[in-house]
Each structure stands twice: as structure tokens, then as C-alpha cells.
Design a protein around this ligand. Structure first.
Ligand code: ZN
Ligand code: CA
Ligand code: ZN
Length: 488
């Protein structure tokens, strides 16, 4: 595996540093000469990674050998109705430089699940405001943006002052507690999660943009109306006339919605409206009552017997997994994001047994039974791979917990009463393993559900408690409730 990755790297252009001239883009398998003298490969790579699921391998090299870069350029050109040449020509690059929505265009990898709210009265709340506009202007522009969809559908939007509203609206910058950090001025303007519990419906605006009520800067009404389309379950449109087109347009028709937008919102919600009206007349059901999409996913993080399946660092945050649900606690912010795993990582439709973070690769590894995913930045990369990649014997079909020890460069995998040590530098299992957990970790005598490393200590999650283990002195130095980490 390692050798294969290196061979990918050998085919790759180094990404130009600021101040250097970008190399001419030459396709490595097809030999058509490229007409453009200079291109911003870094820009194109970032763009395709964010919106078209272009992947980097774990060493941070662009995977160009499989023509995946070119095919992603073609996907993007197809979406925007350009000639699908796979070449980074002027028009393609101009589009890549256009300010736009942060939700990917490729449906399979977008945050949007193609779901809808199972109710027709939807609440929203405005959390953090921008300073670009008076609060009263923000309030009325957000209300107008919901009004755009209310007029075209049977939906009603109610403002609430709680943090439990269906759609939380916030102005934030850079990393802000979900897996999709903003990028400073320009580029991504805003993003929204599709309908669902927890983070579902939440809509974030990049407060490094200049938000306005007019034609200068970015018009908040227009961008908000677009994002609320996602919060209601709509995907991006290829039709430049549609509000759901991904890039920002400087001029706007009086009627923001195209016929396509109206048809799409009604396709998503009209059967529900007909059905619930019928039910209302029949059995007097309370129209305010929401029907959660997946009630079994609801978890009370503060229940006294709360346990976690896996805990891992992920970038600037700590992620807690339990069944198909997760909580994200950002290191610098007090609020905790939560929701079904698929709201954050659309590809992962299972629970997570074990997870670990390798900081020097900025990569998290999420294990489910005998498979694992790699998560880099905001993206789950490619398909899951087999646990045998780490050198386990084939009879190992799952692990209970995993933790990476930065100081030694080792990843420890725990299973029942034994553990393995994997050398991340040499990419081999260490000799002499498995060993008994009770030998390596005196005092740890029951099955380990999750493990987490921080500043010389391993935190072992055993049932509803977390034990702090001094890895140098080899003994337990503290114990607390597992969910105390989530503010309980
Ligand atoms: Zn969008
Ligand atoms: Ca931005
Ligand atoms: Zn966000």
C-alpha cells in the first residue's frame, strides 16, 4: 500500500508556493497539449476537493495517476454547461474563482440527504449576528428569505428564540464547530445542512464576507434564500436562472425563484401537505407536532449511564460517537454540535466502533467492524478499506477502541483483553503483539469502549466512566463521568 501511494506521488506536480510561477498544466496520460500557459493548480485542486470530491491520498499528494483530477474537471465543466474537455481553461478557472455556496455540487457527496422536514411548520432562530448590518436589518432579510419559499410552498416559518429551533442561522468565520470551515473573504459564502435532527437545517454565513441589503458586497437576502433551499432539502441546480445555482450572481430578478425552483420545492413538500391536511381533518392531529425523521437516533448525552462507542480528535474538535449519532465539541467554542453521523459524513451510514487521529497527517481513521474510513479535512475519502491494511490477522473482525500516541508514533488497537501496537512511521505492527491489556495498562480490567490521547495521558472510556491513565508512569490517575466532557 505504501509503495503504491509513493508511486502516485511521483506523478504529481508540486503545488506552487506564493511568489512562484505556477507550472504549466500538462496532463499525464493524455497527450493533448494544454493551451493555457499558467493555471492555479492549487485553486483548482481545492475547488474540486470541496465541491466535486477530488481526493488526496494520505500523504497529501494529488491523485492524478488515475486521471481522477481530469475526470473531476470534466464533472465540474459538465455541471456548469462548459465544454467537458478536462482542461483548466479560462472559463473553467473563472468559474472556480467565483464566490459560491459551500454545499458540494456532486449529489452523492453533498451534505444534502434528499430528505425533507416531516412537518410544514418549521422554526428558525438567529444565533450569532454579523456586524455588517443592523440586527433589525438581518432579522428582516432573514424573514424575507424564508418568505421566498413560504410563498411558493405550503410551508410556514416561525421565528423562535431558543437554540432548539429546526434551522439555526449563524454568522461565523473559519472553523466554527462543524467539519466545513470557512475560507476568509471570497470563495465560500455560506452553507447549510439538509433537514434532520441536531445540525440538520442549520445555516452558516461566512462573516468574513461583506453582507449587505443592496447590490454591493453580497446580498444577504439572496444568499440566505439560496441556503434555506438546502435547509429545506433542495440540491444545486444546473440552471443559471435558478436560485439554487451554486455561484453568486450580481444581478437578481424581482422574483428570485425560477419555475424549476418552484417545481422542486413543491415536488418535495406537496404530498406531505396534502397528506397532513387530510390527517388534520380526520384525527385533529396537532400541526405543530414534529415527526422526527429517525426517533431511534435521539440520544440524551447527559443520561447517567451514557457510554460512547468511539472518541477522537478531528481537526480542532473532539468527536464522540454513539450508535449512528455523533457530538462534536470544538476546542475553542462552548457549544456542541450533534446529529446523525450522516449529517456530517454522508458516506458513513453505520455506527463507529473505534476512531483515532494522526495529527501529522491531519487524518482521522474511523473503524466499523472489519473496515475503516479515512477522514481528512472535511471529507470522508473514498471507500472504506479493510482492517487487514494495518497488518491484523484475518480473524480480527473488529476492534473495541483505538488510540494514536503522538509521542511514540504508535497506534494502539484494543480488543477484549488484548491490544496491538502499530508503528505509523514504518507502517507495520510492532513485534511481540498482541499483549494483555492488564500488563500494559495496570488497573484497566474491563473491555475498553473508546480511547483518546491528549498531552501524555490516555483516556479510557470504560462504561459510563472515563479513566485518565498516565502513559509514562503506567497507572490510573483520575476518573470522571464520560459525558462530563460534553458539559454534563
Ligand atoms: Zn448551495
Ligand atoms: Ca469565504
Ligand atoms: Zn458551518
Amino acid at each position: 500500500m505504501h509503495v503504491m501511494l509513493l508511486s502516485f506521488c511521483a506523478l504529481v506536480w508540486l503545488v506552487p508556493r506564493p511568489g512562484f510561477t505556477a507550472p504549466t498544466f500538462i496532463r499525464d496520460e493524455e497527450s493533448t497539449p494544454s493551451p493555457e500557459p499558467q493555471v492555479d493548480l492549487e485553486l483548482a485542486t481545492d475547488y474540486l476537493q470541496q465541491y466535486y470530491n477530488l481526493q488526496r491520498d494520505p500523504l497529501g499528494c494529488m491523485k492524478r495517476s488515475g486521471l481522477s483530477f481530469i475526470s473531476k474537471v470534466k464533472d465540474m465543466q459538465n455541471f456548469f454547461g462548459l465544454n467537458a474537455t478536462g482542461v483548466l481553461d479560462f472559463d473553467t478557472l473563472e468559474l472556480m474563482k467565483s464566490p459560491r455556496c459551500g454545499v458540494p455540487d456532486v449529489e452523492e457527496y453533498s451534505h444534502i440527504q434528499g430528505t425533507r422536514w416531516e412537518k410544514n411548520v418549521i422554526t428558525y432562530s438567529i444565533g450569532r449576528y454579523t456586524r455588517d448590518l443592523p440586527r433589525s436589518s438581518v432579522d428582516s432579510l432573514i424573514e424575507s428569505a424564508f418568505g421566498v419559499w413560504a410563498r411558493a410552498s405550503g410551508l410556514t416559518f416561525i421565528r423562535s428564540n431558543t437554540r432548539n429551533a429546526d434551522i439555526m442561522v449563524e454568522f461565523v468565520t473559519y472553523a466554527h464547530g462543524d467539519l466545513y470551515p470557512f475560507d476568509g473573504p471570497g470563495g465560500t459564502l455560506a452553507h447549510a445542512f439538509g433537514p434532520g435532527l441536531g445540525a440538520g437545517g442549520d445555516t452558516h454565513f461566512d462573516d468574513n464576507e461583506r453582507w449587505t441589503a443592496g447590490e454591493t458586497g453580497f446580498n444577504l437576502l439572496v444568499v440566505a434564500a439560496h441556503e434555506f433551499g438546502h435547509a429545506l432539502g433542495l440540491k444545486h441546480s444546473r440552471n443559471p436562472e435558478s436560485l439554487m445555482y451554486p455561484t453568486y450572481k450580481t444581478s437578481h430578478p424581482a422574483n428570485l425563484l425560477s419555475r424549476e425552483d418552484v417545481a422542486n420545492i413543491n415536488a418535495l413538500y406537496s404530498p406531505l401537505t396534502d397528506h397532513s391536511n387530510h390527517v388534520l381533518r380526520g384525527i385533529q392531529q396537532n400541526p405543530w407536532q414534529s415527526r422526527p425523521l429517525s426517533p431511534r437516533l435521539i440520544q440524551n448525552k447527559c443520561a447517567p449511564d451514557m457510554t460512547f462507542d468511539a472518541v477522537s480528535t478531528l481537526g480542532d474538535a473532539t468527536v464522540f460517537f454513539r450508535d449512528r449519532y455523533l457530538w462534536i465539541k470544538h476546542n475553542l467554542q462552548s457549544d456542541i454540535k450533534q446529529g446523525p453521523i450522516t449529517n456530517f459524513m454522508p458516506k458513513i451510514e453505520t455506527s463507529i466502533d473505534a476512531a483515532f487521529w494522526v495529527p501529522r497527517r491531519s487524518t482521522a481513521y474511523l473503524i466499523h467492524e472489519s473496515m475503516f474510513w479515512t477522514v481528512k479535512g472535511s471529507l470522508v475519502k473514498g471507500k472504506p478499506r479493510a482492517l487487514t491494511h494495518f497488518g491484523f490477522p484475518v480473524w480480527i473482525q473488529d476492534v473495541d477502541a483505538a488510540v494514536h500516541i503522538v509521542k511514540t508514533g504508535r497506534t494502539l488497537f484494543f480488543m477484549h483483553d488484548i491490544y496491538w501496537s502499530y508503528n505509523e512511521n514504518r507502517k507495520v505492527m510492532d513485534f511481540g503483539y498482541p499483549k494483555y491489556i492488564s500488563e500494559g495498562f495496570p488497573g484497566v480490567n474491563t473491555t475498553i469502549q473508546a480511547a483518546f490521547y491528549k498531552e501524555g495521558f490516555i483516556y479510557f472510556f470504560l462504561g459510563p466512566q472515563v479513566y485518565k491513565f498516565d502513559y509514562t508512569r503506567k497507572h490510573i490517575v483520575g476518573v470522571e463521568a464520560a459525558n462530563s466532557w460534553l458539559g454534563c
